[in-house]
Design a protein around this ligand. Structure first.
Ligand code: NI
Length: 256
């Protein structure tokens, strides 16, 4: 049986309200050794920590997602820091920039992003970065910091951007997008990422890989992503699962 880590999931999403416990146990028994549940705002970060305390195989990230920056209270950094004292909190995430929808507040997003990058530095924690339609500003901010200990999640950029992210010292993870029919750009980017710098994620309940596209995703569907990576890299699925496990445990070094 393949054993792997889902490094980025959202089990706090209401799509799991009716059967969260059942799904988590099923995917764990099916080979998902660890799951890292992301934080997107304070309430969802709190839930992330709650699940991490409830399930031995679940770990948490805490943070404010760029689409959730409006209305973030003044003392949010203090709250994130308090949660990060918990050894099951392994990263600050997901944080970053998202200019996809009209009406976004770029200045506020950048401020909250940079404050959380600083917090992660102070705490010695890695970061999980979300960037959508904001490559220029995201890369400017990251480059201004020299090296960055973290992962660029749900990578959607070009092969050139992938190289720049790797140069910063970061890992890259892809979602089920790799399996979609229009995945040409993602596959070109995957081609330049060495296996030693790759991580696996579902971003569930979103981004279900083929043949489940459009359905509710869960961590068990990661096998389709593993198979795609194995095919592109010309290695076995076992090799992909093993190497990405090592990469993830090295970055999220509080997991044990
Ligand atoms: Ni996510």
């Amino acid at each position: 049986m393949l054993e792997y880590i889902d490094s980025h999931a959202h089990y706090d999403d209401e799509q799991f309200d009716s059967d969260r416990d059942e799904v988590l146990h099923r995917v764990h028994e099916g080979g998902v050794r660890y799951i890292v549940n992301m934080g997107c705002n304070l309430e969802r970060s709190r839930l992330s920590v709650e699940y991490a305390e409830k399930y031995p195989f679940v770990y948490a990230a805490v943070g404010i997602h760029p689409e959730d920056v409006e209305g973030t209270p003044e003392n949010y950094l203090e709250q994130l820091k308090n949660w990060a004292d918990n050894p099951k909190v392994v990263a600050i995430g997901e944080i970053g920039l998202d200019y996809h929808y009209e009406g976004y507040n770029a200045d506020l997003q950048k401020r909250i992003f940079e404050e959380q990058l600083d917090l992660a530095d102070r705490l010695g924690l890695p970061v999980v970065i979300h960037s959508r339609d904001a490559t220029g500003d995201t890369m400017d901010i990251l480059r201004s910091r020299g090296k960055v200990r973290g992962v660029m999640h749900c990578f959607s950029g070009s092969a050139e951007t992938a190289r720049q992210v790797l140069d910063l010292g970061m890992n890259i993870s892809f979602t089920g997008v790799l399996t979609f029919k229009n995945a040409r750009k993602a596959l070109e980017a995957l081609a330049v990422v060495p296996l030693e710098r790759l991580m696996l994620e579902t971003d569930c309940p979103y981004m279900a890989p083929e043949p489940n596209r459009g359905k509710r995703c869960d961590s068990g569907m990661i096998v389709h992503i593993i198979n795609k990576i194995a095919e592109v890299k010309g290695v076995t699925p076992e090799a992909v699962a093993k190497q990405t496990m090592e990469n993830t445990l090295r970055l999220f070094d509080r997991i044990k």
